[in-house]
Write a protein that binds this ligand. Structure first.
Ligand SMILES: N=c1c2ncn([C@@H]3O[C@H](COP(=O)(O)OP(=O)(O)OP(=O)(O)O)[C@@H](O)[C@H]3O)c2ncn1[C@@H]1O[C@H](COP(=O)(O)O)[C@@H](O)[C@H]1O
Length: 87
């Protein structure tokens, strides 16, 4: 099973290698404004899932929010360590 750190390493490699068809590359190219809107959208879906949907749907929505947060970090040139120092 993929961990949070595994996903970040995979996305960082996508940003460097830029494989064709990568949604991550497309999102990075779209820029901070677009990524920020995805984060807001996914955060809303997490909230709705938590109030009205089952555990599996909550977990899936949270995974999508975490993905977009990681893309935002990469877009800003930040690492997980930059975040962990505040945890
Ligand atoms: N974990 C994710 C992941 N979570 C969410 N998403 C994206 O976030 C979107 C959110 O899903 P929704 O159901 O809200 O989709 P949607 O609103 O219809 O999406 P769009 O219309 O915005 O495409 C999806 O369309 C995916 O593009 C992800 N995209 C990729 N990954 C993983 O990231 C890695 C790299 O992916 P690529 O860069 O695409 O190769 C792979 O391991 C993927 O599994």
């Amino acid at each position: 099973m993929k961990s949070f750190e595994d996903l970040f390493a995979e996305l960082a490699a996508r940003a460097i290698e830029r494989p064709e068809g990568s949604g991550t590359v497309a999102e990075l190219d779209a820029g901070i404004h677009t990524i920020g809107k995805k984060i807001i959208e996914e955060a809303g879906e997490v909230w709705i899932a938590a109030e009205y949907q089952d555990d599996e749907q909550v977990a899936e929505e949270v995974s999508q929010l975490l993905y977009h947060l990681q893309v935002l970090l990469l877009a800003r040139g930040l690492t997980l360590q930059d975040v962990y120092r505040y945890l």
